[in-house]
Design a protein around this ligand. Structure first.
Ligand SMILES: Cc1cc2nc3c(=O)[nH]c(=O)nc-3n(C[C@H](O)[C@H](O)[C@H](O)COP(=O)(O)OP(=O)(O)OC[C@H]3O[C@@H](n4cnc5c(N)ncnc54)[C@H](O)[C@@H]3O)c2cc1C
Length: 425
């Protein structure tokens, strides 16, 4: 049996950070970082479309505002120990200066190289410098605790790796096996089973930051078209969340950052609670109310009364949208705007600012960025992330019932909770 002081199951962002924080604190103690895939931090590489949105400058203010799942005090107790400044300085110290992206106004921070590869490479370099032992292509399939020792059965899932089916043993254990999104990158939900086999409760995980399915003419006919809109989720006739950002029409419905950002509550309603009656309201003129939109259109129509209705919308939206949209709401694209009745004008402004579509479902784990749900944090000690059920068992990262908004908050949770878990307080 391979024996270590600490074993960390899962070498993603949280597990890598936990191994660094452990080794910096306990130089002479041994740690193994085990991962079922062929490399550490594979999900980091796809973060921010390969640019790695490491953290968010707004984390320094009202930290818990951006997080869901666990109670606010629980999340705050972790960021109190490793907050925004600590995350930023940790990466600067590794040799990764960060910058705030100005394109959007939401405080996303990236490495100045815009390369997630610099992040994984320098994290791994630090892990090796500290002497963490890495076991790749090694899936932990069973864990039990026998007289103060965690015993782990593993299965080799690589091709040429001889290091197969060995047992590991350790005094301390950290579970950082991630959630269920992008299973091809490693986190396939097996961590939940390991945690449950040790007595922990699972809050049903559902895909979050996930595209939405909707059968509607616009999506079918405008596949691939993307522009900025304001979207509002409406669940059982209650408006839940509003966001303004790009929306993409797709063959199955809608995607794009605005949609991902309002998907969490919809996914929980449909996928966890089995609920129905979900709609999304699209305002194609973001930040314009119905009255403002009507005024804007009337100004254009008064200026060019002979113009076709379709052309009168050019310049406000991608050209292709105008014709498809007008046909979809039963307006003739080629009539002159001076033929519009007062009622037509009101109807048009209404549809442009309050277009409602029914949502039939969400896309699945292969297309979701985060997991909402996970191991119930009420069974953990808030300050240390140690289990209240099994001594010397710790958790960190996405495996827990904590998820954040799009914008660097999920990695921030992985860094902060990984750092705290690795201290083994
Ligand atoms: C497409 C995409 C883009 C994203 N972009 C961003 C972004 O820009 N900013 C941001 O903040 N967040 C982003 N996220 C979310 C972020 O990547 C995750 O929240 C974060 O990486 C979670 O880290 P983790 O270490 O907890 O889990 P993971 O990164 O999933 O790591 C878990 C590891 O555990 C291993 N593992 C699982 N089970 C076992 C087992 N039984 N035995 C051994 N090993 C096991 C897996 O192989 C994996 O390597 C994105 C996610 C996706 C999918």
């Amino acid at each position: 049996m391979n024996k270590f002081d600490l074993i960390i199951v899962g070498g993603g962002a949280a597990g890598m950070m936990a191994s660094i924080s452990f080794k910096r604190k306990y130089k002479n103690r041994s740690v193994a970082l085990i991962d079922r895939t062929f490399a550490l931090g594979r999900k980091i590489l796809v973060c921010g479309a390969g640019r790695c949105n490491i953290t968010n400058i707004n984390l320094s203010e009202d930290t818990t505002k951006y997080y869901y799942g666990a109670p606010k005090f629980f999340i705050q107790s972790i960021f109190d120990q490793f907050g925004f400044e600590d995350i930023k300085n940790f990466f600067i110290d590794l040799g990764i200066p960060l910058y705030v992206e100005r394109k959007t106004d939401i405080g996303k921070m990236f490495p100045i190289t815009d390369q997630a590869k610099s992040v994984t490479a320098l994290l791994e370099d630090e892990i090796q410098r500290l002497g963490v032992e890495i076991f790749l292509n090694t899936e932990v399939i069973r864990i039990k605790k026998e007289s103060n020792l965690f015993i782990l059965d593993t299965k080799n899932i690589g091709q040429n790796n001889k290091n197969c089916e060995i047992k590991f043993g350790s005094e301390f254990l950290i579970l950082s096996a991630g959630g269920k999104t992008y299973p091809a990158l490693g986190s396939n939900g097996s961590g939940y089973n390991l945690a449950m086999s040790l007595g922990h409760r699972l809050i049903k995980p559902v895909p979050s930051a996930v595209p939405l399915e909707s059968k509607n003419t616009l999506s079918q006919q405008l596949q691939g078209l993307k522009f900025e809109m304001t979207v509002t989720s409406i669940i059982e006739d209650k408006k839940v969340k509003t966001r303004t950002d790009d929306v993409m029409f797709t063959q199955y419905g809608f995607s794009g950052p605005a949609i991902l950002n309002i998907s969490r509550e919809i996914s929980i309603h449909i996928n966890r609670k089995g609920g129905k009656d979900v709609k999304v309201m699209l305002n194609f003129l973001p930040n314009y109310t119905f009255n403002e939109a009507l005024k804007l259109l009337e100004t254009r129509w008064n200026k060019r009364p002979e113009q076709t209705l379709e052309k009168s919308l050019y310049g406000l939206f991608p050209n292709k949208f105008s014709e498809v949209f007008l046909k979809c709401i039963d307006f003739k694209p080629y009539i002159s705007v001076n033929k519009l009745s007062e009622n037509d004008k009101i109807t048009l402004a209404k549809y442009l600012t309050e277009f409602i579509v029914s949502i039939t479902g969400t896309r699945g784990w292969n297309e979701a960025e985060f997991t909402a749900g996970g191991i119930d944090t009420s069974e953990l000690k808030p300050f240390t992330l140690e289990s209240k059920i099994v001594d010397k068992l710790y958790f960190c990262g996405e495996i827990l019932d904590v998820d954040g908004d799009v914008g660097g908050f999920n990695l921030s949770w992985a860094w902060a909770s990984g750092f705290v878990a690795g201290l083994l307080n």
